[in-house]
Structure formats: C-alpha cells, structure tokens
Write a protein that binds this ligand. Structure first.
Ligand code: TXA
Ligand code: MG
Length: 301
C-alpha cells in the first residue's frame, strides 16, 4: 500500500473522511500525539488499526468526539465528570466512564468492557475529521507496536509507511505526550495515566483522587473456555473459525480482520448461551491472529 502524506487542508480532510467512512484508518494530528483514527462504530475499521500497528494484544482504545454533547450520548457522566469535561475539553484529558446502553460503539473498541475512554481533542485537524465524518473516532497513537509515540507526520511515516493509506501533516504536535486519563466510573476519581494535565494539583479539595489507579481490567467471559478446539463437547458452545463452523463463526472465510472485529461480540454471545462452557476453534497465529490468540489465552487461563 502506498502511504500518502498530505498537508492539513480542506481537501485532505475530505479525503481522510472518505477513507475513514470506507473503513480505512488514517493518521491525524491531535494536540498530544498523532492518532491512527478509525470509525468507532465499525468493528472491521477498528480491527484494521490493530492490523496496521501490528499490536499483539487488544486493549481498550480512546474514542474521540467533537464535543461534550456527543460524548454524553456515549458515556454516562456524573456531576464530577461533567465538571472535569467542562473545564478541560477540548483538550488533553480522557475520561473513562460507564458506557451507555445502546451507544453505537463496536465492542472491539472497549475490548468488551462496559466502560469507555472519551476525549474531545482541541487540534483543528482531528476536529475537522470528526465533523466531516460525523462518527466517533477510535484513535491510539499512530505508531507500530513497541515504538514511541509520533509527534510529527514523518514519525508516522517511518513507523507505519506502507501500512496505512494517508497521513494528514499538521506539523509537530503541541504537547508531545498522550492525554491524562481519569477514571470516573463511581467512587473516587482514579488517575489511570499521567499526562499533560497535572490533575491532582487542579482538583477541588472536595474531590478525592486515587493515584495511580489500576489500568483497565481485561474482559473475559465468566465460563470456562477451551482454545484450539476442533469440535465441541456436548456442553460447550463452539465459536468457530473458517471451516470449523461452530455455533457462531468468527469468520467463515478465515479472514482475520473479520475475526478480530467479531471476537468480543461472540465471546459475549457464548457467555450468555445456555451451555455451561465455551470452546474456540484454532485461529492462526499470524498478523491479527496473534492478538486474537493472546486474548483467548487470557480468557482460558
Ligand atoms: O493523547 C491521547 O490520548 C492519544 C491521542 C491520539 O488522542 N490517544 C491514545 O489512545 O493514547 P490509546 O488508545 O493508545 O490509549 C489507550 C489507553 C489504554 O491503554 C487504557 O489505558 C486507556 O487508554 N483506556 C481506554 N479505554 C479505557 C477503559 N474503558 N478503561 C480503562 N482504561 C481505558
Ligand atoms: Mg501508544
């Protein structure tokens, strides 16, 4: 794939929006670092983020929205969370909140969790892409797994050149480090990641914050799960892959992007089925398969 680098203009934003609506991830500057943005309502688009980054495991991604009103349709804000949002948005603050029932967010975005990380970024380029697409955008840093976060278009090109179709060049990012992350999911606030906002110093004395908080726990089904299963035992719900059909199938054609996109939905389905155990057909360990298998091994442990 040829990676185009285009300066931030109305035309390049229109092209970025076209690609994102066609389920391709695009690198876009934010005020913190360059993000690799995909339509958060489209599971396959989000799976392509993982494919491009070569990330060997799934973790929940931050969803970017244009304003607080849009964020309120996705996450549940209590009074403290709303005050933080009003004070720091748009800006380098991410709030982890309970995910609203019925919010149109693909389960791969939250890696199956019932909470969601939301941020209203300040940078004009990502704001323009948010408005042009009309979609919430999942966007981790736009670098290959294991390399450092990109603060210039050229960093993205070195790391992801040939793996993504487009980089919007908005010059160097202002902040250079990823957003501060605060968990506001009930009880005291939790500092989940330090960042540009020194939040402890800024909070009203009445607000307690626990720092540093635990990072996201991993979603795993509540039932026993067996991996590498060629066929189901009578008490098992079989999640198939390719020719091993199963009760539900990650991807009948053996496509790993499709399999990654369906993984968390099918784990939830299996967990809710009347059968007491879950089995999963073998998934090849190449490319996105490594991330799928990493998650399945943790669920089976
Ligand atoms: O500055 C930034 O935040 C950049 C730019 C591109 O906006 N984005 C970024 O996204 O750093 P990402 O997806 O790489 O950050 C993911 C981190 C996870 O490792 C996790 O710690 C936290 O955000 N996170 C996201 N959703 C979460 C959730 N539901 N519960 C707990 N932590 C969550
Ligand atoms: Mg990163």
């Amino acid at each position: 794939m040829e990676t185009r680098v285009l300066p931030f203009t109305d035309e390049s934003i229109a092209e970025a929006a076209r690609l994102i609506l066609a389920a391709e991830p695009v690198a876009v500057p934010t005020e913190t670092v360059y993000g690799l943005a995909a339509d958060a309502t489209n599971a396959e688009a989000v799976a392509r983020i993982y494919e491009a980054k070569g990330r060997p495991s799934f973790n929940p991604l931050i969803v970017h929205v244009p304003d607080l009103a849009t964020a309120e349709r996705i996450g549940h804000f209590d009074a403290t969370a709303r005050e933080l949002a009003q004070q720091y948005w748009p800006g380098p603050l991410t709030l982890v909140l309970p995910l609203k029932d019925g919010a149109d967010i693909a389960s791969i975005v939250t890696a199956g969790l019932t909470t969601i990380g939301l941020r209203v970024p300040a940078h004009r380029a990502i704001q323009a892409v948010l408005r042009a697409t009309g979609r919430p955008l999942a966007a981790p840093s736009a670098n290959a797994s294991g390399s450092i976060s990109p603060t210039r278009a050229n960093h993205v090109l070195k790391s992801l050149g040939g793996r993504i179709p487009l980089i919007i060049d908005g010059g160097p990012t202002e902040r250079g480090i990823e957003s501060t992350i605060i968990g506001a999911t009930g009880g005291p606030l939790r500092l989940l990641r330090t960042g540009p906002i020194a939040i402890e110093a800024e909070l009203a004395s009445g607000d307690r914050i626990e720092a540093p908080g635990q990072l996201a726990g991993h979603y795993a089904p509540s039932k026993r799960l067996r991996i590498g299963a060629a066929k189901a035992e009578p008490d098992e719900y079989l999640i198939g892959f390719g020719e091993i059909r199963g009760d539900a199938n990650l991807s009948p054609s053996g496509d790993l992007v499709e399999a990654a996109a369906r993984l968390f939905d099918l784990l939830h389905e299996a967990d809710e089925s009347p059968r007491p155990r879950i089995a999963v057909a073998p998934v090849p360990d190449a490319g996105l398969g490594a991330a799928i298998n990493d998650r399945l091994r943790r669920a089976a442990a």
